[in-house]
Design a protein around this ligand. Structure first.
Ligand SMILES: Cc1cc2nc3c(=O)[nH]c(=O)nc-3n(C[C@H](O)[C@H](O)[C@H](O)COP(=O)(O)OP(=O)(O)OC[C@H]3O[C@@H](n4cnc5c(N)ncnc54)[C@H](O)[C@@H]3O)c2cc1C
Ligand code: SF4
Length: 503
């Protein structure tokens, strides 16, 4: 298995290397083979739709830091549109870009395209694996095991280290009882510099001139903008949070926005951190006896499993996948509270805390994304394409490739079951079990009817009723649907949720 995506002798015919155009997502050393570099900062990236300010800041900071690092080796342009620099037939090479739109752009202009990088497995690897599935579902678990076998990561011969492939069962702890925080040290935050100050001034000016619509706070930059900062963030995660990462992977605490998560998705997606290096560094901690296998396996699974898997599904499922599925007939527009990240206008504690964290940082951890934001959107029938794009725009780590499998597939079940076998819907009981949100909420997770009825609990039954004709043949939904049919007050719950004003 070629696990780098790199071709050995890329262009033996060329004596003089072409300039390589490095895109956002390719800003780290793994995308640089030493030749001349072209970097383009295009305002068009930020003007299409409203964007979280922290995300715009991070992108601009990262490309400007890269230009400064490369010095004379890089030609750096700040323009309105990429077309101003990249003409048809331009004498440029590019590592295959990370979106359908960018891939079309570079091919239409006839640039020389090298195989993609930035993942543990290559696109041909995935295609070869998928072709052996004989029409069976492309399950994450099967893909993940194949990658471990082929790379030897966390393997003892042909057996998984520790005798088990999967430590998910050990990694579903609720937060410690009565704790407001996990009690871990504050993560190491990057120090802003003159480049960040300049970015902030530019964003202020663009906003005043009406060029960009920015949402969210202009807090200090929290995510790595350089490879050195990304390495430091990885080292800090290993030192202070890795041990608790596994057990509390799914837990949520209102007073602890980072929990034991790595906070590495943004530098990984910017190309600043190499995923295989990150995994091997974490695995080495286990081999040195400094990190438990459950945490190390959990982290490895997220990177060489989930991250690579959703990347490959993006290409495998095709460009129309994002817009051509709406299996649950979800057509509601996103409410203002989501679009403007207006947490103050939300009463449900879990949703308010999650949106407030997003407003402050442009980030939320996985269970907040899946079981709070995604669950809410699913229950309320938000348009899946609008939701997909909102996640891209509002998260510092949002990219076109990461979203379709996560949002259209896993979270919203809009694809009718291609990625996940059933909708990820749950009532307030799950949130109550995995967080401390419900204790401080005006609603009660055990109540479905009346003034203090939890919008997630009541919303869950109203959701099942609405989509029942579309999911009744799904055997995994038979039990929840039978439970719904037994509810004597279902009609009243549905009426209540249809007219609910306070949430
Ligand atoms: C609705 C929804 C939206 C999401 N949006 C994004 C997004 O915009 N960008 C993004 O990178 N991830 C996204 N994810 C996946 C995951 O939630 C984030 O990668 C993670 O929360 C980022 O925080 P972290 O770096 O601390 O991750 P950790 O919890 O520390 O996990 C380690 C790493 O594993 C990778 N990873 C874990 N799960 C996934 C996954 N499902 N898909 C891809 N990579 C994964 C990430 O690179 C992450 O940095 C989304 C998931 C859902 C359900
Ligand atoms: S009671 Fe319901 S709305 Fe309130 S925090 Fe719990 S799950 Fe969320």
């Amino acid at each position: 298995m070629d696990t780098t995506g790199r071709s050995a002798a890329e262009h033996p015919d060329e004596a003089v290397p072409r300039r390589r155009w490095i895109l956002t997502g390719q800003l780290g050393p793994a995308f640089d083979d030493g030749g001349p570099i072209l970097l383009i900062e295009s305002k068009s990236t930020f003007t299409k739709r409203p964007m979280h300010r922290a995300k715009a800041h991070l992108f601009l900071s990262a490309i400007r830091h890269r230009a400064a690092e490369l010095g004379d080796r890089a030609e750096f342009h700040q323009v309105d549109r990429y077309e101003e620099v990249v003409e048809v037939g331009a004498d440029l090479e590019v590592i295959d870009p990370p979106s359908w739109t960018a891939r079309r752009f570079v091919r239409e202009r006839g640039l020389r395209v090298l195989p993609s990088r930035g993942f543990v497995t290559s696109e041909p690897d995935f295609a070869a694996w998928a072709s052996t599935r004989d029409g069976k579902r492309l399950l994450l678990e099967d893909f993940y095991r194949t990658v471990r076998e082929r790379t030897g990561i966390l393997m003892r011969g042909d057996q998984p280290e520790g005798g088990r492939w999967n430590y998910d069962h050990d990694n579903r702890n609720p937060p410690p009882k009565g704790a407001a925080r996990l009690g871990l040290p504050e993560p190491l935050w990057p120090e802003e510099d003159d480049i960040d100050a300049e970015v902030r001034e530019d964003l202020d000016r663009w906003q005043r001139d009406g060029l960009v619509q920015l949402v969210g706070d202009d807090g200090p930059r929290r995510f790595a903008a350089t490879a050195a900062e990304a390495e430091a963030a990885l080292a800090d995660f290993i030192e202070t949070r890795l041990g608790d990462f596994g057990p509390f992977e799914d837990a949520m605490l209102g007073g602890d926005w980072t929990m034991a998560h790595s906070l590495l998705s943004a530098p990984l997606n910017l190309g600043l951190l190499d995923p295989r290096d990150a995994v091997e560094t974490v695995v080495a901690e286990h081999h040195a006896g400094r990190a438990p296998l459950s945490s190390v396996e959990g982290f490895t699974r997220q990177i060489i499993g989930w991250r690579d898997y959703v990347w490959h599904l993006y290409w495998h499922l095709g460009e129309p996948y994002r817009t051509s599925h709406n299996a649950l007939a979800a057509h509601e527009p996103l409410p203002r509270q989501f679009r403007e990240l207006d947490a103050a206008a939300i009463q449900s504690n879990c949703l308010r805390e999650t949106i407030d964290g997003m407003r402050r940082h442009g980030w939320a951890h996985h269970i907040q994304r899946l079981m709070v934001l995604g669950n809410w959107a699913l229950q309320h029938g938000y348009d899946p394409v609008a939701l997909n794009d909102w996640f891209i725009d509002m998260f510092v780590d949002g990219t076109p490739w990461v979203m379709p499998a996560n949002v259209i597939g896993m979270s919203q079940h809009a694809d009718g079951g291609i990625v996940a076998t059933k909708p990820y819907a749950s009532g307030g009981a799950y949130i109550d079990k995995m967080s401390d949100y419900c204790g401080g909420c005006v609603f009660n997770p055990r109540v479905r009817l009346g003034e203090d009825a939890c919008p997630f609990t009541a919303g869950y039954w109203a959701f099942l009723d609405r989509v029942e004709p579309r999911i009744r043949h799904n055997t995994r939904m038979a039990q929840p649907l039978a439970g719904m049919r037994r509810l004597s007050d279902l009609g009243a719950v549905i009426d209540q949720e249809r007219t609910r004003e306070q949430w």
